[in-house]
Write a protein that binds this ligand. Structure first.
Ligand code: IMP
Ligand code: MG
Length: 176
């Protein structure tokens, strides 16, 4: 595919930074007086979780989970974990940090896994939400931006592992 990155950002670096500040305020308020475990989904949520964590003011631990989904194939909807958290989630307040909520298959499987580990509470924070694409009844507790049905890249989001390093979010457009 001869894809092209949009010349203008859909969401600028400044807008991302400002919105993460608002999300952090809401998360700080929700977990005041509690210790929180961020469960970051690799690889896409790495930049988001780093910027978010630096703005949080509650005692934090950070764990990672990697889920791969097979949307668009005969195994559509199947999700396989290739990395699991190293610390126990039992008795913890767990905040799952995801880059984007699309069909909802990945988040549903991660939520299922986390609920099975006996945490005290579970919530989901996503930088981007594409509700028009949803196939599973999953809703995030903290949403950065709700976007239309665009394929987006940058700030952790990839197309074939490219563009994760961009500091803003762009749409990917088919080239000629
Ligand atoms: P879901 O299981 O369909 O909700 O998909 C979630 C995963 O698909 C995300 O964590 C991303 O890795 C990927 N994804 C979905 N939409 C986009 C997009 O617009 N750009 C880049 N990756 C995406
Ligand atoms: Mg991802």
């Amino acid at each position: 595919m001869n894809e092209e990155v949009s010349s203008e950002a859909l969401i600028s670096a400044q807008a991302i930074d400002a919105r993460i500040g608002e999300l952090a305020d809401a998360i700080n308020e929700r977990y005041a007086g509690e210790a929180l475990m961020l469960l970051v989904t690799l690889k896409g949520a790495a930049p988001f979780s780093g910027d978010l964590a630096r703005k949080l003011r509650v005692p934090l631990t950070i764990e990672y989970i990697r889920a791969r989904s097979y949307a668009g194939t005969e195994r559509a909807g199947e999700v396989v974990f290739s990395h699991l958290p190293e610390e126990s989630l039992e008795g913890r307040h767990v905040l799952i940090v995801e880059d984007i909520l699309d069909t909802g298959h990945t988040a549903r499987r991660i939520l299922q896994f986390v609920h099975g580990q006996s945490p005290v509470s579970v919530a989901l924070a996503v930088l981007l939400d594409k509700p028009s694409r949803r196939q599973e009844a999953v809703e995030a507790d903290f949403v950065g931006f709700t976007i239309d049905d665009h394929f987006v890249i940058g700030y952790g989001l990839d197309f074939n592992e490219r563009y994760r390093e961009l500091d803003a979010i762009y749409t990917l457009e088919p080239g000629d």
